[in-house]
Design a protein around this ligand. Structure first.
Ligand code: ACO
Length: 427
């Protein structure tokens, strides 16, 4: 009779073990009983980069990488991108359900109430060099928020958690906009709470001498991009938020760890790296040489490939549609032509086909952000803005999960055995 268990034979001892299978998963700690003798620590699994290890149970985001499916709380990303607002998605990720009209209005008002930051934060920004990377500024300032809200350390109080989540969602656009203005040497623009979430952010970045006149298509495109980035289950930055949050530090510190992880070029920094790559290629005729270099292992085709998506990234499909709408407004970007050609060649090339490398969310997002007027080094900040609801929902889910403890992986020690200290004169 079929049984949901796994029988393991340890050929070192000839002993058999039966471990339960639940959700197509065995518990790594169930392997610890497998020992050669009583002093033995027990069997561990070795899984650098968590290639095949579920580190949590989560009800937030579902991805099927082979089928190109992405759902937040059960809702397909395509429907949310087309029909929801970013704040509706933020509410959905946090609460598990779409808000009613009253709930959405209340949530929106609460966010508006918290958009201002302490004026001392403007002094921090003054302290950054004129060419400071905006992700570095965002990471530093968000981390520093814990000093402004020491109450945030009461993470076991649900009302307190709710307040900090609102603070982060409300204040991060303000901080991000301040970082943008600082980079450009422009005076800071403070939140305008008559505007909606996206409109206020765009105004704080682009307003010059009066309220910025929004381009509806570009503003809608930004809203869609933020929705597409809002969560992506256990990616590098979310895992960072969960791992750091598992020490029960305040959410500002945990989220700043997520921002740090996102900064890297293999993660959120890829959208910036795509533009740099397109700049380096410079002209369509240099593409074949560039592709040859990549295939020879000298560099990567940035914006291609994904740990999870092995057929296509559904977000990339939606982004391409947004790109078409944006470029209709702003005109064709010469880099877009290089990107389109690069994509065409790569999708036909055996190297990429065999490895299931398809454009990911970052391949086109940078081109869109650039068309909107954001500089390359700012792209990852926009990604962080979008990812904030996901990080917060995952952080809280981790805290409420009875199975979770402080994150603390094991290691296989490969260093020296014990040896005696040698004084410096004798080395
Ligand atoms: N260009 C060229 N070759 C690639 C690329 C790429 N972009 N991505 C993977 N490969 C190759 C690898 O060299 C490897 O080849 P091999 O089997 O001959 O050694 C094979 O494809 C598998 O690659 P891995 O590195 O094992 O794949 P992994 O799942 O670890 O990496 C990652 C995923 C980091 C996204 C990778 O594809 C990459 O570096 N892409 C470029 C950076 C990028 O676009 N990142 C954004 C990811 S999406 C996001 O964070 C929002």
């Amino acid at each position: 009779m079929a049984k949901d268990t796994l029988t393991i034979t340890d050929n070192r001892t000839g002993r058999n073990y039966e471990v339960p299978i639940e959700d197509d998963t065995v518990k790594a700690t169930d392997l610890r009983q497998i020992k050669v003798n009583d002093d033995d620590f027990g069997l561990m699994t070795y899984d650098p980069a968590f290639m095949n290890t579920a580190a949590c149970r989560s009800a937030i985001t579902y991805i099927d990488g082979d089928q190109g499916i992405l759902r937040y709380r059960g809702y397909p990303i395509e429907q949310l991108a087309e029909r929801a607002t970013f704040l509706e998605v933020a509410y959905l990720l946090a609460e598990g359900e779409l808000p009613t009209r009253t709930q959405l209005d209340q949530f929106t008002e609460t966010i508006k109430f918290h958009t201002y930051v302490h004026t001392n934060i403007t002094k921090f920004l003054e302290g950054f060099r004129y060419d400071a990377h905006p992700m570095g500024m965002l990471l530093g300032v968000v981390g520093a928020l814990s000093t402004f809200y020491p109450d945030a350390k009461h993470i076991h109080d649900p009302a307190n958690r709710a307040l900090q989540k609102v603070r982060l969602l409300a204040k991060v656009p303000t901080i991000a906009a301040f970082a943008f203005r600082h980079s450009r040497g422009l005076p800071l623009v403070f939140p305008d709470n008559d505007l909606d979430y996206i409109g206020n952010f765009v105004n704080m970045t682009f307003s010059i001498g009066g309220r910025h006149k929004p381009n509806k298509v570009l503003q809608h495109a930004l809203e869609i991009l933020l929705i597409l980035h809002a969560d992506h289950e256990q990616n590098c930055s979310t895992s960072a938020v969960r791992a750091v949050g598992s020490s029960h530090v305040d959410p500002f510190s945990a989220i700043s760890a997520g921002i740090a992880a996102l900064y890297g070029p293999l993660h959120g920094g890829a959208n910036e790296a795509v533009l740099q790559m397109l700049d380096e290629i410079g002209d369509k005729q240099h593409i074949p040489k560039f592709i040859d270099e990549v295939k020879a292992g000298r560099g990567r085709l940035m914006g291609f490939g994904h740990r999870v998506y092995k057929s296509y990234d559904p977000r990339a499909k939606l982004i391409k549609k947004v790109a078409d709408e944006v470029f209709e407004q702003t005109g064709l970007n010469p880099k877009l032509e290089i990107a389109l050609e690069l994509e065409r060649i790569a999708l036909e090339d055996e190297y990429f086909v065999k490895r299931k490398l398809y454009p990911n969310v970052d391949f086109y997002s940078g081109l869109i952000y650039q068309a909107m007027g954001y500089p390359t080094e700012y792209f990852t900040v926009l990604f962080a803005l979008g990812r904030m609801p996901g990080w917060l929902a995952q952080w809280e889910e981790m805290l409420l999960d009875k199975d979770q403890k402080i994150a603390r992986p094991r290691q296989i020690f490969t260093g020296h055995d014990e040896r005696a200290f040698v004084p410096v004169e004798k080395r």
